[in-house]
Design a protein around this ligand. Structure first.
Ligand SMILES: NC(=O)C1=CN([C@@H]2O[C@H](COP(=O)(O)OP(=O)(O)OC[C@H]3O[C@@H](n4cnc5c(N)ncnc54)[C@H](O)[C@@H]3O)[C@@H](O)[C@H]2O)C=CC1
Ligand SMILES: O=C(O)C1=N[C@H](C(=O)O)C[C@H](O)C1
Length: 250
């Protein structure tokens, strides 16, 4: 019998953490060796012999958690938001000192969402206008969502060198045109009853393409979490986006 992969969850009592503890506990090739909450010591990870952590905490905690893991040779699969360019640069520098360790920063684990973002980036250069609407449950603490930030970044890169989208707005109330993320307008909706949803609207004269993804519950994220845990140890260094572990060109 082959060895089980020793996995720990950080943020184990949260919405995502609860679902991940259940999914990882049910995986035949994994052993859940630790389930940490906000007040637990990170030393538990070392004592438990964790090989991979899954960080599902809060933007204020995630950077220190991942740093601890990398410094102890533990791979990290990260779903928590808040990984801006500065944090990613610092993590890349840290990983250079720990070349055998892998980190996946996954703004969204739902495979449909990863595909929707990929398709939106592919389509973006063929339309005059692109805007993003992300819609989430009202307990979400960050806005715009990590998924929308990532989608806007990829769309902006795909549209490099193209004219700006037409927009005759001369006066607007603050926020009425959304937040400009890499030049792409992003609108955040927080509504009771929602889970996690995103629409990318692409427009040209006479036509519109809408690319929409819906997560109806947290089960949607679990296949991506498991894929990340199974793969991260074979991918040293930093990977941003679960698409880095998929074969999207094939
Ligand atoms: N990548 C993805 O597919 C998804 C990512 N997320 C992101 O994951 C994060 C968590 O989301 P939710 O579970 O909805 O939030 P939540 O608020 O339900 O759970 C966060 C949990 O982390 C705990 N926590 C805070 N600091 C901690 C620390 N230092 N160590 C251990 N636990 C700590 C909190 O006490 C709480 O129980 C958010 O950033 C969210 O945007 C959420 C859903 C999907
Ligand atoms: O907080 C959430 O719920 C989610 N957070 C991630 C994000 O900010 O994109 C992923 C998903 O949208 C759910």
């Amino acid at each position: 019998m082959s060895e089980l992969l020793k996995v720990a969850v950080l943020g184990a009592k949260g919405r995502m953490g609860t679902a991940a503890v259940e999914a990882l506990g049910a995986a035949a090739d994994m052993e859940l060796v630790a389930a940490l909450g906000r007040t637990d010591s990170l030393d538990t990870l070392v004592d438990a012999g964790a090989e991979v952590i899954v960080d599902l905490t809060v933007p204020a905690s995630t950077e220190a958690n991942v740093r601890f893991a990398v410094e102890h040779g533990i791979h990290a699969v990260v779903g928590t938001t808040g990984w801006d360019a500065g944090r990613l640069a610092a993590l890349t520098a840290l990983l250079a000192k720990h070349p055998a360790t892998g980190v996946l920063i996954a703004p969204n684990f739902a495979l449909g969402s990863v595909l929707a973002t990929h398709f939106a980036a592919q389509a973006a250069k063929y339309f005059d206008s692109v805007e993003i609407i992300e819609l989430h449950h009202p307990r979400k603490v960050d806005s715009p969502s990590g998924t929308a930030l990532r989608t806007a970044q990829l769309i902006s890169a795909a549209r490099a060198g193209l004219p700006a989208a037409p927009d005759a707005t001369e006066t607007a109330l603050d926020g009425a045109r959304g937040a400009s993320v890499h030049g792409v307008p992003v609108h955040s909706v927080r509504l009771a009853g929602l889970v996690a949803h995103q629409e990318v609207l692409l427009g040209s004269p006479g036509e519109q393409l809408t690319i929409r993804h819906d997560s109806f519950n947290h089960a949607s994220f679990m296949p991506g979490v498991l894929l990340g845990v199974r793969t991260v140890g074979t991918r040293p260094g930093l990977t941003v986006g679960l698409d880095g572990y998929l074969d999207l060109e094939g």
